[in-house]
Design a protein around this ligand. Structure first.
Ligand SMILES: Nc1nc2c(ncn2[C@@H]2O[C@H](COP(=O)(O)OP(=O)(O)OP(=O)(O)O)[C@@H](O)[C@H]2O)c(=O)[nH]1
Ligand SMILES: [Zn+2]
Length: 230
């Protein structure tokens, strides 16, 4: 199995519940904001490492706009990136992808953004900052995760799939470059009728970051594919 590969396990949640549903105006249009909690069946470490965050529950925010039922809606599963999403870090493309997704939903007038609590591809914020240190010394993102004792990617995308089912959404148009997200949803019984590219204008500051996603994690990035071919 390649380092980035994850395995979709049986539903690890005892239950999931919607805990809030409120009005949510944004720069990209008018959403509802829903809070979800998934109670895990037991401690579920990502890997054999003392610093792996082991939670008893997983939380998720769903932003929902418009009619999500008459056709498969545009959906984005976005993994938390405090450094990018909040502070505008240009070490990665996360913030630009978040904005691309919110704009796409706003333009379509309907869709769902699922914001999952999986900081640093699931290794947690402090570990991600330590991975930054290793990257500053020359490692790429995958090498840094492995050097810290983690898998390259600790996400399995189970909660987003369960939330979609709870919402009654069984087919989606998914905004992603990551084939594992498509595969995880399909395995969970959600049909991905279309993959919409989440590719953003590449910047020099995150060139290596996206190159590693492309070369080591199988992300579909046309700008890099074209460069490899030519
Ligand atoms: N471990 C680690 N995680 C990072 C780093 N930079 C960003 N991340 C996390 O990477 C996650 C986003 O994953 P990506 O691989 O960029 O993209 P993706 O969500 O798999 O795929 P797309 O749907 O195409 O965006 C977020 O949880 C970020 O916090 C880093 O240097 N190291
Ligand atoms: Zn990021």
């Amino acid at each position: 199995m390649p380092p980035g590969a994850s395995v979709y396990l049986d539903m690890p949640f005892e239950s999931i519940k919607k805990v809030a549903d409120a009005d949510f105006p944004t720069r990209w249009g008018h959403f509802r904001i829903l809070g979800y909690e998934g109670l895990l069946l037991g401690a579920k470490p990502c890997c054999d490492h003392s610093n792996v965050p082991v939670n008893e529950k997983e939380e998720m925010v769903a932003l929902i706009m418009g009619d999500i039922y008459s056709a498969p809606p545009v959906v984005r599963i976005h993994s938390q990136c405090l450094t990018g999403d909040v502070f505008g870090s240009l070490r990665c493309d996360c913030r630009l992808q978040l904005e691309l997704a919110l704009k796409a939903i706003g333009d379509a007038g309907a869709g769902i953004l699922l914001y999952e609590e999986k900081e640093g591809r699931g290794i947690g914020l402090m570990a991600k900052l330590r991975a930054y240190e290793l990257q500053d010394q020359g490692l790429d993102t995958v090498q840094a995760n492995l050097a810290l004792g983690f898998r390259a990617d600790c996400r399995e995308f189970e909660l987003p799939a369960e939330v979609l089912k709870d919402l009654g959404v069984h087919a989606v148009r998914l905004i992603t470059n990551n084939p594992e997200k498509v595969e995880a949803l399909e395995l969970a019984g959600i049909r991905v009728v279309e993959r919409i590219s989440a590719e953003v204008e590449p910047l020099e500051s995150f060139e290596r970051y996206i190159q590693t996603k492309h070369e080591k994690m199988g992300h579909i990035l046309d700008s890099l594919t074209e460069r490899t071919v030519s």
